[in-house]
Design a protein around this ligand. Structure first.
Ligand code: IPM
Ligand code: MG
Length: 359
């Protein structure tokens, strides 16, 4: 039976970059026998404009009903004045929590062809291959109580709550250890156990889970030090596992080590391997509609989808090889351009990847 993919272009550059990823999927379907069915729906600001909500019921129904979701990006200045409950980001957070996508995989890999694009010295980042495993459906993003209340004095007080159960910590740690077994067999659990009881528990559970993986070396790091180590000596890390909030911050930092956030895909998985796949970068409203955005992170997200949700690793490799070959040809979008390369736009980059897939 065909696998069902739900395509959610979203806002800003989302539709432009997703269109290129759809070209890649279409090529795999029509020319290489990938058995998929694609459906499209609205999410984020564009969904709010059309239906008054960033996650319309129909979109959620289709998301429940598919094998994997491909998402572009959500948000933009147009929707910033809206109440937080209907802002585009709520569409994304709603999908994550409604689909139970608790495991967010954010690889930071430096393509050798792009060593010049990093702001760090080449010797610090060359060969970089880190995987950040971020807990995605708990922690301070979802904890209650939350909100802004007015005190008797008339002063307002803002509240968010960091909360994790042992089982929530355990399942994300297991994902990290399982992945580490397939890579460098090292896990660094990032917490703030010196200050926050909740992450003291995190550390305790990480150690307990680690006992089931005697081959994996487990270390612990406070989040402030982890941020520093990421820019000081990033190659010390293999897999990092951390809370929703710390993972949000550290993954942006790790992404920039590779020179361009425009290159990095991500996967958000549930307990059964269903997933939502999206580039790490945002909707980049400043360049939306200009045809200059880099579609490679979205195209590489399709490769992750093929590997993690559709069990089609050969198709994933075809995409990854094609991306590497396009970089070898010296083709670059503006965000990764450097001397001696040819700067091209979004659609030409997508076309170049599709052409390289046929080689
Ligand atoms: C991310 C983003 C989101 C997050 C926003 C858009 C809600 O920053 O995926 O990292 O904070 O998780
Ligand atoms: Mg973020």
């Amino acid at each position: 039976m065909s696998k069902k993919i739900l395509i959610l272009p979203g806002d800003g550059i989302g539709p432009e970059i997703v269109a290129e990823a759809v070209k890649v999927l279409t090529c795999l379907r029509d020319e290489f026998g990938l058995d998929v069915d694609m459906n499209e729906a609205l999410v984020g600001g564009s969904a709010y404009d059309e239906h008054g909500h960033p996650l319309p019921e129909e979109t959620l129904r289709l998301a429940h009903d598919c094998d994997a979701v491909l998402l572009g990006a959500v948000g933009g200045p147009k929707w910033e004045p809206l109440d937080i409950s209907v802002r585009p980001e709520k569409g994304l957070l709603g999908l994550r929590s409604e689909l139970g996508l608790f495991a967010n995989l954010r690889p930071a890999i430096l393509y050798p062809q792009l060593a010049d694009a990093s702001t760090l010295k080449p010797e610090v980042v060359s060969g970089l291959d880190i995987l950040i495993v971020r807990e995605l459906t708990g922690g301070i993003y979802f904890g209650r109580p939350r909100g802004v209340e007015t005190l008797a004095s008339g002063e307002r007080r803002g509240i968010n709550t960091l909360v994790y159960t042992e089982s929530e910590i355990e399942r994300i740690c297991r994902v990290a250890f399982d992945l580490a077994m397939k890579r460098g067999k090292r896990v660094c659990s990032v917490d703030k156990a010196n200050v926050l009881e909740c992450t003291e528990l995190w550390r305790e559970v990480a150690i307990r889970v680690g006992a089931d993986y005697p081959e994996v070396e487990l270390s612990h790091m406070y989040v402030d030090n982890a941020a520093m180590q990421l820019v000081r000596a990033p190659k010390q890390f293999d897999v990092m596992v951390t809370t929703n909030m710390f993972g949000d911050v550290l993954s942006d930092c790790a992404a920039m080590l590779t020179g361009s956030i425009g290159m990095l895909p991500s996967a958000s998985l549930d307990a059964d391997g269903k997933g939502m796949y999206e580039p790490i970068h945002g909707s980049a409203p400043d360049i939306a509609g200009k045809g200059v955005a880099n579609p490679l992170a979205t195209i590489l997200s399709v490769a992750m989808m093929l590997r993690y949700s559709l069990n089609a690793p050969a198709h994933a490799e075809r995409i990854e090889r094609a991306v590497s070959s396009v970089l070898d040809q010296g083709l670059r979008t503006a965000d990764i351009a450097s001397e001696g390369t040819e700067t091209i736009g979004t659609t030409r980059m997508g076309d170049a990847v599709v052409a390289a897939m046929r080689d």
